[in-house]
Design a protein around this ligand. Sequence first.
Ligand SMILES: *Cc1c(COP(=O)(O)O)cnc(C)c1O
Length: 435
Amino acid sequence: MKSEEENARRSEPDWQTSNVQRPNQNEIRDAFENFVVPSYTRFDLVLERGEGSYVWDANGKRYLDLAGGIAVCSLGHAHPEITAALTEQSSKLIHVSNLYYYELQARLAKRIVDLIAPGRCFFCNSGAEANEGLFKFARKFGHDENRYEIITTVDSFHGRTLAGIAATGQAKVKKGFEPAVAGFKHVPFNDLEAMRAAITKSTIAILIEPIQGESGITIATPEYLLGLRKLCDEHNLLLLFDEVQAGHFRTGKFQSWQRILEGAPCLPDGVSMAKSLGGGFPMGAFWVREKYADVLSAGTHATTFGGTPLACAVALRILDVIERDDLAENARKIGEFLLSELQGLVKKHPKILRAARGFGLMIGLEFVPDAAVFGREEKSPAIQIVNRLHTGGILTVPAATSVIRLLPALNLKRSEAEEGLRAIENVIVDLAKET
Ligand SMILES: *Cc1c(COP(=O)(O)O)cnc(C)c1O
């Protein structure tokens, strides 16, 4: 154990007290190792600043950011409109609590309702919290009939709170935290018959991600979504969509189910949102359909920081910019370009690449997991590729064991997409040579 004195000294690293010396990367890593809970496996990069779709590390090396903070930085880095919204609103009113009315939360709720359908919004601070709200909504709705069970899908991801990991259909997320919150079970994704068979008299809701992100970009079929709606109507169940990662115009429509169905009428009963909503300012929300507006009545749900004037000012400004610059269309167009180019690479390198799939700027590139070239390192193929892409100056996000995800800013430029493709192709050509 370290002495108290040493801990006190370490808590004030030299680089904090010196204006002259830039932090040394080893010191930063060292401080992480000594003071931060080691629950994340981090890549060996120390990032310092960003602008648009680029970030710079502590050595001054530039990276094209196709990771987007995991689908968070919807307008890229250091966007002047976000900076303006933050500075303007913070000099007026940052926080007052939900004991009072204020204009910006009402305006944001109306914007979201206008983009989905008549209903109500609740604001919170993260995706896990938005899903928690939907779980409470479902439990409250079913309470008097003693219905509480929520069916989710295998390989889903719904956040890291206790109920979030109970809802998540991945054993590795649950392991070590038993006993699990009761009332969740999982069935295979895109399998309507499995869902039908799992419904019991205790079931109250079905929750899915219309596009599964963490498990490698798996897209619900239109028939599945429409079939789930029908099942829910037949059994008086709530249909809940987790749009935390896929939502907010990333696919070319506000929410991904709207893109998958392209106008076919289908409305869920609840939708969770977060990631891109605040563009990096922490924010979550859920929407429930108007006929369920009264389920979470006064006193049943709350959070101190939910929908502060500052958070809502940022979210409203992001919606303004997305609309003004037609970023939904940009996401669709640039996404189609990226996907077709990546599919071309898949055809050219079948020994390395298995598939490319996605909608808009939510794209997964799947590698052949047992390609010999990946056998030399213990790390998963996904991690190996992401590392190689770092060397090539590109940030991407691993998913499952052999998929990399592209989740860039919605204002990604065509020239930036081309730059990303070149770097990806270089890595694949190298892998093919080494095979
Ligand atoms: C990221 C994510 C969450 C959890 O959001 P947090 O803000 O990390 O709590 C939930 N669902 C999906 C689909 C996600 O991608």
